[in-house]
Design a binder for this molecule. Sequence first.
Ligand code: NAD
Length: 401
Amino acid sequence: MGKIQMATPLVEMDGDEMTRILWGWIKEELLSPFLDLNTEYYDLGLKYRDETNDKVTLAAAEAIKKYKVGVKCATITPNAARVEEYHLKEMYKSPNATIRSCLDGTVFRTPILVKGIEPCVKSWKKPITIARHAYGDVYKNAEMKIPGAGRVELVYTNEKGEETRELVQEFQESGIVQGIHNLTSSIESFAKSCFSYALDCHEDLWFSSKDTISKKYDHTFKDIFQEIYEAEYKEKFEKENLTYFYTLIDDAVARIMKAEGGFIWACKNYDGDVMSDMVSSAFGSLAMMTSVLVSPKGYFEYEAAHGTVQRHYYQYLEGKQTSTNPVATIFAWSGALRKRGELDGNAELEQFADKLEQAVLKVIESGKMTKDLAAITTDTSVTVLNSLDFIKEIRKELEVI
Ligand code: NAD
């Protein structure tokens, strides 16, 4: 049988360390034998980012704007130790942050459910997707230590030089203050990405904040979501029998613990940061969490939620076999291929993406898995495989599906 053709390229962004090794094996064993893989390749490995003064990351982001769909391998975000290890010219920004600021998107993280790996929360039967707003709030703040008595005010000066003031606190003793902000345009993009993604996945959307306490800040988030919903999405949601549901963050947390799953939970920046780790850990493992950046302009970038698995890479360099879990990276590829197929009207490609995911789940459900999953499965007869053997088992399955 001939290989499946792809009319439009996918933007392929290679990465670092163990995930870069997995990337090569996934292409060799699971993609190239079945697809005439059409990608525009960008090497976001740290060495090449340094050689290009990080221009390659911007070029990759521009390519996603052109082709609309990208798939990204995990990459190193340099810190002081990495600057030394790789003899870097500078401490570059995280590629994810660079790409996100170019595409202006929201990140959606979804756990991959498989029989034998049971969520800690018994009621969870379907995945819960976390949509995290990725701009502003405490991540772009101004903070001050207040040494002693004195007045702290918020001062807004408009373009004409006119001031508006709001008292924060009349300090009688030492303390601390923090100033945070957000932008209407960013909240609008966040809301639109969430509504579009919910329609795309055919799932309900929840959004939560603390508007009863934060009557201007959080309330603005609530209002913007509601206005955009009414104006642009209400009809579409009703037609699809979907619900948009706003509630307080504390109520959302309480409800989540009793819910079945199968919906998207949109969170403000900090809430999303905290809740996505809670959700991924409770569903099983970071290695079973997919991540997609969705821009309101219709660009999609797929990746695994985890990092480059540095410790395994050093073992690999010593010539040792590692049992690194490639599932989230495989699902990044299947997600991107499915979206490519959908946008190009290429049903064969969409079916291939489904089959690839089915093959992965079938192998795990047959008791063959990587070490991290073996440690948390309820399955009593398990064969622990190294990464390449696990990928080869998936290939065998894919050949017969
Ligand atoms: P990590 O996700 O690589 O590892 C965290 C822990 O989870 C480790 O104990 C690791 O062994 C385990 N783990 C993660 N994925 C696994 C997998 N697929 N199979 C088995 N075990 C797995 O995060 P880290 O150690 O904090 O960071 C390592 C590097 O990755 C850093 O340089 C960081 O900058 C980068 N990073 C990149 C991304 C990204 O590109 N999206 C995200 C996070 C971290």
